[in-house]
Structures are given as structure tokens and as C-alpha cells.
Design a binder for this molecule. Structure first.
Ligand code: CAA
Length: 258
């Protein structure tokens, strides 16, 4: 598939995906969703790729769902197309870890897309917000749910009801992002972190992702039981044998990915 709205590069075991609609601040239309879904599916299916980074431009990670596209649609179109459903059923279904590297605006669907990532590394220029209320709507790509789980009710209500932006420092204080770096270092920091994850035993990386995500899906006693089962499954892998042997023998592990 040739992409019009994203650029995909492979840097060793790291896939770098760059949103590329600069004229509209990377607004997310249906083509972006189709292309990102394809790129993430290929990343997931390629054993040589072990972690991904999704980024935008200096000015905008993404300024939201494409308002021009949405302004032309009737309510029945949104319902019949189950508009936005692919963000959950395809992009969020990616099984391997990926990081959002955010500079500039991450608003509406842009903030929601960043929150689909396993974690966010922000430039000091990043600005997050859910301004949908100003358009007479509300978040539709998971924002009201993921934001509330990430930063709690008080701040999520503040963000969704006022539509205000949160800067990178506030986002780090609120635990929306895992770290903030100078804008000039953003990509390097994200790629370095992705390379660190890519060097881990790959099944263990996938299971760690699945285990952390359980915290958002089910109650504590069930998720602790599933976590334990996931741990037990990993003990059957060759990489577990190698990882523990490497520790005992004081050397680096060499991973088979199974
Ligand atoms: N959709 C479509 N086009 C957009 C866009 C969006 N979300 N955001 C920006 N653009 C376009 C602008 O229309 C403009 O295009 P033209 O040059 O053709 O006029 C271009 O990008 C540059 O934008 P601005 O001139 O507005 O740039 P600015 O620096 O003055 O302002 C901004 C930047 C504050 C981010 C402003 O563009 C803005 O408020 N954008 C909309 C943000 C928003 O409301 N996002 C939520 C969308 S709804 C949503 O996402 C629903 C959901 O839950 C998924």
C-alpha cells in the first residue's frame, strides 16, 4: 500500500510512523485511519519489527479529527459507518508496543490517538486538549474514557468541559505523559526508548503490554489472576530460559522471540 497521509520508515527493529498532512495540522480523516491501520497491522505482522514510534510535526502531532470531513456528514452517516470505530478495532488492537512522540498540538482526536499509544513522550512544546465541546460534540475516539483513567475525574472534566489546552509540564504532573524532553530531542529520545524496548524479549514485551492494559479492562482480582497466568505462560518460552541463564552467567541475553 502506498501511503498519502503517513510516512513509514524502518530503523533497525523500530518502525517510525510520521503523520504527514502538514497543511491541516495532521487532521485525522478516514484515509489517515485506513493508512495507520494498515501500517500498524504490517508492523505487528513483521517479526523483524519490535517497537514503533508514532509522531507528527513540530507544530502538531494532530489537531484532531478532520472537522471539514465531519462537517459534511449527517448523523445517519456517522452511525451507519460506525464512524471512528477503527481507532479501537484496528489501531488500538496493535499487539506490539508503540510510543507516541508528541510535539505541538494534540487536540481532540490527536490527544485521543496519543492516548491509544502505550505511553506518550512529550516535547516541551506539546499541548493537549479535548476541545470537542466547542464544536457542539464530545470526544468520540476514546478520549473521555482514556483521559479520565489517565488523569482522574477532576482534571478530565476540566479539560472536556472547558476545552482548554494542557501544556507539557501540566501533562507530566497529571501523568498523561511519561516524560517531557526539549523539542529538539523528542524524536531521538523516542527512538532511543523504542530501541530499548525492541531489544527486550519480544513475547515478554507483548505480554507486559497486555498485562498493563488489563488494568483498564477488568476488576482487580480477575486482572491479577490473568496477570499471573500470563506470567506462567511466559515461563514456557525459550527466551525465559535464556534470560534467566544470561542473568546467572552475567552476560547479555540473546532472544529467539519465542
Ligand atoms: N480538522 C480540519 N482542519 C484543521 C483541523 C482539524 N481538526 N485543525 C486545523 N485545521 C486546518 C485549519 O483549518 C487550517 O486550514 P486552512 O489553512 O485551510 O485554513 C490549517 O489546519 C491550519 O490551522 P490554523 O490556521 O487554525 O492554525 P492556528 O495555528 O491558527 O491554530 C489550532 C491551531 C489551535 C490547533 C486550530 O487549528 C484549531 O483549533 N484546530 C481545531 C482543533 C479541534 O477542535 N480539534 C478537535 C476536532 S473534533 C475531534 O477530534 C472529534 C473526536 O473526538 C475525534
Amino acid at each position: 500500500m502506498v501511503y498519502d497521509t503517513i510516512i513509514v520508515e524502518q530503523r533497525d527493529a523500530v518502525t517510525l510512523i510520521t503523520l504527514n498532512r502538514p497543511q491541516v495540522l495532521n487532521a485525522l480523516n478516514t484515509l489517515v485511519l485506513e493508512e495507520l491501520s494498515d501500517a500498524f497491522a504490517k508492523f505487528d505482522g513483521n517479526p523483524s519489527q519490535r517497537c514503533a514510534v508514532l509522531t507528527g510535526s513540530e507544530k502538531a502531532f494532530a489537531a484532531g479529527a478532520d472537522i471539514k470531513q465531519m462537517s459534511e456528514k449527517a448523523a445517519a452517516d456517522f452511525f451507519l459507518e460506525d464512524f471512528f470505530s477503527g481507532w479501537q478495532s484496528k489501531v488500538a488492537a496493535t499487539r506490539k508496543p508503540w510510543i507516541a512522540a508528541v510535539a505541538g498540538f494534540a487536540l481532540g482526536g490527536g490527544c485521543e490517538l496519543a492516548m491509544i499509544a502505550d505511553f506518550i513522550i512529550a516535547a516541551d512544546t506539546a499541548k493537549f486538549g479535548q476541545p470537542e465541546i466547542k464544536l457542539g460534540v464530545a470526544p468520540g475516539m476514546g478520549g473521555s474514557q482514556r483521559l479520565t483513567r489517565a488523569i482522574g475525574k477532576a482534571k478530565a472534566m476540566d479539560m472536556c468541559l472547558t476545552g482548554r489546552m494542557m501544556d507539557a509540564a501540566e501533562a507530566e504532573r497529571a501523568s498523561l505523559v511519561s516524560r517531557v524532553v526539549p523539542a529538539a530531542d523528542l524524536l531521538e529520545e523516542a527512538l532511543k526508548t523504542a530501541a530499548q524496548i525492541a531489544a527486550m524479549p519480544p513475547m515478554a514485551a507483548m505480554v507486559n503490554k497486555e498485562a498493563v492494559n488489563l488494568a483498564f479492562e477488568t476488576n482487580l482480582s480477575q486482572s491479577i489472576l490473568i496477570e499471573r497466568r500470563l506470567f506462567q505462560i511466559l515461563t514456557a518460552t525459550e527466551d525465559k530460559k535464556e534470560g534467566m541463564a544470561a542473568f546467572v552467567e552475567k552476560r547479555q541475553g540473546v532472544w529467539k522471540g519465542r
